[in-house]
Design a protein around this ligand. Structure first.
Ligand SMILES: [Zn+2]
Length: 171
């Protein structure tokens, strides 16, 4: 969201109702929950994930539906029109790795370690305000490629994809 490095802390992601129930059950029971299916959404800072959940039309409402389908052949398909469900959650994971699958960027998350359940984006505004207040005063500015230069954004994306491709180990 902000373009700044994630560091060593848990990474955050907003999940739909179905995933929120799985994560809640695992956290309550203290069991392992490693989702083998990739996500299309990359990892975020806590404040950035709270912001996404609060403002994204799909993530912020119980009756919201996806405006676009997303798919990676043989791995995951999410249909256009799929509902987020009655409640969502902002979830912390102990890690995340990115891979290219059929030419698309796919994210594999680790074990969930914390979650904030919500129904409407507005439910998160107090948590979001507190998270923003808790950020250091000397936080760096967002990188230039995150502003209004689409060419720079595309270059930054392609550089990241190159890094992932170089890191990929042969199977
Ligand atoms: Zn961020």
């Amino acid at each position: 969201m902000c373009g700044l490095p994630l560091g060593d802390e848990p990474v955050w992601r907003v999940v739909d109702h179905e995933n929120a129930e799985l994560v809640a059950a695992a956290l309550t029971a203290g069991t392992s929950l490693i989702n083998e299916a990739p996500a299309f959404e990359g990892p975020a800072h806590r404040a950035c994930a709270l912001y996404s959940a609060a403002v994204c039309p799909y993530l912020a409402g119980p009756t919201a539906r996806r405006s676009q389908a997303v798919s990676i052949p043989n791995l995951v398909i999410i249909d256009k029109g799929e509902a987020r469900g009655p409640a969502g959650a902002v979830v912390a994971f102990d890690g995340c790795r990115a891979e290219l699958a059929h030419g698309k960027l796919a994210f594999f998350y680790g074990q969930p370690v914390d979650m904030i359940e919500y129904q409407r984006g507005d439910d998160l505004l107090d948590s979001l305000a507190a998270a923003v207040r808790g950020e250091p005063d000397d936080l760096p500015r967002a990188p230039a490629w995150l502003r209004d230069d689409e060419g720079a954004a595309q270059q930054a994306f392609e550089a990241e994809v190159q890094k992932i491709t170089r890191q990929a180990k042969p199977r």
